[in-house]
Design a binder for this molecule. Structure first.
Ligand code: URP
Ligand code: ZN
Ligand code: ZN
Ligand code: ZN
Length: 519
């Protein structure tokens, strides 16, 4: 890879028309249909110093401006993937896509920002973990990124470090695991304390919702039945356990008046819990994954072990083949709020750590490169959502929820120049042979999708064009985020006032009658 990159750099230097651009350079995206989450119109987009300077029809631009023809194409905000795990040490190995190969694949698929998770080991300082992840990511990222931090254990130190992270390190979101017992899992009482602290800081709680105690029992039962293959993973953690934990998370967050983000909603049972909570006025967001929208869990029953193991993730892809279409319906309808990938890739040899015991198969699948195409094909081509909803669920809503809108997630004057020229008619067939991930398998293998990114601009630089990458490791920036973002906290604040008004005692005369003696 590094040799290939060096060659690309050399080619770039000697080329008279350099496909890449330094941020100071100017770029005009001419005549495309500019699609934002609210509306679409035909316009030129002028970029300078990495920022969108003008959006209007028929712009005059300074001489020397590089022009990209977008006539007949869509011009959309670059995708934002709010859930990835690059090079994460996990289940005895480390995910194979690192911050370089991962973000390369991202921009090749039209995604220009990822939000990854710094996950401390049990007992490790949150700040240490955060610094560790920054150290891995900063020199490698080819597009901008940010970090959530995991509350993988609980103590007064963790509580204090949450405050430090929000105040001085741009973190406003924390992930809690209700699964991975004896590893990442918090008990309800710990979760309750964590949620309260998150609320006090004006942050957002993200939750992996599965009943970890019950999963652990399920694993024992399934293994005792003699099922050791990948299908055992699915059998050991049914949708009921996802739905139960989702409901519990909603209740715990609601008790603290804290907004909640349910990561990787994988079953219609859990999605129904999120929908009901939203209908009842709770501030809850449900995240759909490219994997959950694109494939089902029947693959785990494949006769080929390596194939079956490739689909092992948590919560599992559900074996009911109607699930992807159902999740897409809910996403189209805003019952689920946005899409991510949970990109956490392991090669066949890494998956083979669980060859004799499904509970040891490293959990995770790909998606980062293919998410936009999957959502276009399954969501837009199917008639379930329009182009504006597509932009909302692949970009804008993530920027709003995690509080960096309108810096990103929109094509508007003053926003970062993270832009994709999107061909809605063109098709491509997804394959591990052609993808840009480091992993040797693609869960969407053979799927033909309409919707292809022609050009990706990240931070004002053309990083992908006509199937070629022009990325530079370390060119991306860490995007710090502040707390109490209006998109979520306006409502939270008002609900606090309403609740406080409801929690007043009754003014009455003290009881003056007889009282039985205490036994
Ligand atoms: O299987 C998964 N989802 N792997 C990544 C870790 C997580 O739970 O998000
Ligand atoms: Zn998770
Ligand atoms: Zn994850
Ligand atoms: Zn199609």
């Amino acid at each position: 890879d590094s040799v290939k990159e060096r060659k690309t750099k050399l080619r770039r230097r000697s080329s008279p028309i350099t496909p890449s651009m330094e941020p100071g350079n100017r770029l005009l995206i001419r005549g495309g249909r500019v699609v934002n989450a609210d509306y679409s119109r035909t316009a030129d987009v002028f970029v300078e110093d990495g920022v969108i300077r003008n959006v209007a029809p028929s712009l005059d631009v300074p001489e020397g401006t590089r022009v990209l023809d977008a006539r007949g194409k869509l011009v959309i905000p670059g995708g934002i993937d709010p859930h990835t795990h690059m090079q994460i040490p996990f289940m005895g190995t480390r995910s194979i896509d690192d911050f370089y190969s991962g973000t390369r694949a991202a921009v090749a698929g039209g995604t220009t920002m990822i939000l990854d998770f710094a996950l401390p080991f049990n007992g490790e300082s949150l700040l240490e973990a955060y610094r560790r992840w920054r150290g891995w990511a900063d020199p490698k990222v080819c597009c901008d990124y940010s970090l959530h931090v995991g509350l993988t254990w609980w103590s007064s130190q963790v509580c204090e470090e949450m405050a430090e992270l929000t105040k001085n390190h741009g973190v406003n979101s924390f992930k809690i695991f209700m699964a991975y017992k004896d590893f990442y899992m918090l008990r309800d009482s710990e979760m309750c304390a964590a949620v309260r602290q998150c609320k006090a800081l004006g942050g957002l709680v993200m939750v992996h919702a599965e009943n970890g105690d019950m999963v652990s029992e399920g694993v024992k039962e399934v293994l005792a039945c003699g099922v050791t293959g990948p299908e055992g993973h699915t059998l050991s953690r049914p949708a009921e356990l996802e739905a139960e934990a989702t409901g519990r998370a909603v209740a715990i967050a609601n008790q603290a008046g804290c907004p909640l983000y349910v990561v990787h909603v994988m079953s219609h049972e859990a999605a129904d819990v999120v929908t009901a909570a939203r209908n009842n006025g709770h501030i809850v967001f449900g995240e759909a994954l490219a994997a959950g929208l694109g494939v089902d869990g029947t693959h785990c029953w494949n006769k080929d072990w390596r194939h079956a193991a490739a689909y092992v993730m948590s919560p599992p892809l559900r074996p009911d083949p109607r699930t992807p279409a159902r999740l897409m319906d809910l996403l189209a309808n805003d019952d689920l709020s946005l899409t991510a990938t949970d990109n956490c890739t392991f090669t066949g040899e890494q998956k083979a750590l669980g060859k004799d015991d499904f509970s040891k198969i490293p959990n995770g699948v790909n998606g980062l490169e293919d998410r936009l195409s999957i959502v276009w094909e399954k969501g837009v081509c199917s008639g379930k959502m329009d182009e504006n909803r597509f932009v909302a669920v692949t970009s804008t809503t993530a920027a709003k929820i995690f509080n960096f809108y309108p810096r990103k997630g929109v094509i508007a004057v003053g926003s970062d120049a993270d832009i994709v020229i999107w061909d809605p008619q063109m098709t491509r067939t997804i394959s591990a042979k052609t993808h840009h991930h480091a992993v040797d398998f693609n869960i969407f293998e053979g799927m033909e999708c309409h919707g292809v990114p022609l050009v990706t601009v990240a931070g004002g630089r053309v990083v992908y064009e006509n199937g070629q990458l022009f990325v530079q490791p370390g060119a991306g920036k860490y995007i710090p985020r502040t707390c109490f973002g209006d998109f979520i906290y306006q409502r939270v604040r008002q609900m606090d006032i309403v609740r406080a008004n409801q929690q007043v005692g009754v003014c009455r005369q003290p009881y003056s009658g007889p009282v039985v003696p205490v036994l």
